[in-house]
Design a protein around this ligand. Sequence first.
Ligand code: ASP
Length: 324
Amino acid sequence: MKFATLLCAAAFSLMAGSAFAQATYPTQPITIVVPFAAGGPTDTVTRLIAEPMGRELGQQIVVSNVAGAGGTLAAGQVAKANPDGYTLLMHHIGMSTAPTLYRSLDFDPTVDFATLGLVTNVPMTLIARKDLEPTTLTELVDYVKANKDTVVYANAGIGAASHLCGMLFMNAIDTAVTTVPYKGTGPAMTDILSGEVDFMCDQSTNTTGQIKAGEVKVYAVTTPERLGNLPDVPTTTEAGLPAFQVGVWHGLYAPKGTDPAIVDKISKALQASLKDPKVIERFAELGTAPVSQDQATPEAHKTYLADQIALWKPIIEKAGTFAD
Ligand code: ASP
């Protein structure tokens, strides 16, 4: 009898403790893990929303870069983190391509995470070192075909958006070239600027400044429409490669098992951050925009993730590039 009473009391206090944790969340700084190097596009988007999200939640948000294996290293770590709402993951389209690209993955994107909301869909730009000969996309295609044994493409590892975009480009022109993987396209951009590597496909959030300053060559944007911030850059369709299109969607995740009340709080803070005028303005300067409020929800994100996994599976299988 006494034992049963004790058990009840212990269960009650556990429940009360967890209810208390949900009600008072957050009581300490929150970490958002970025699966690529600092200074790159995923990092940029995360840091832009971290401040208004933190303001909304009344706690500081710390951004931590855990780069490696095309973003899968960080995703694997966050999947196993304590589901208390203090460790989150910002990831992009790579979350939907990794299950097909990687033969063995230590996480399942649809099982091991609670989706919190979509964030933005960023266009890609095809750029090259300033002194690479070709000036148009047609010339670039001819150049790459003629120099396929020496030309070098930079990416952020298998599973990165830059890898996927390069794979689509090489498929579209039926020519494979040497690729060099970096921990993110921030460091890859440094090597494009110094002429170490020849060309790269990367989010406009990482390339707009260098394009506008004339520090890199730009051939096309991978979207159906031209970008407001780079109106002179043709679309891939205008430039003659309509099959080469991709947008890099981003979403915020918590480990599975995170309490629904905490998921709801974080999601609401994400929605608030995407309405922040400074975020909207900076996104526009970088060629993107926040998703609509109904897309920045756990449900919309969950559905979109499953749809994207199904969409990319046959495309990647056809391309035949896999990693262990
Ligand atoms: N843009 C990179 C990619 O290729 C990621 C990054 O550095 O943020 O996925």
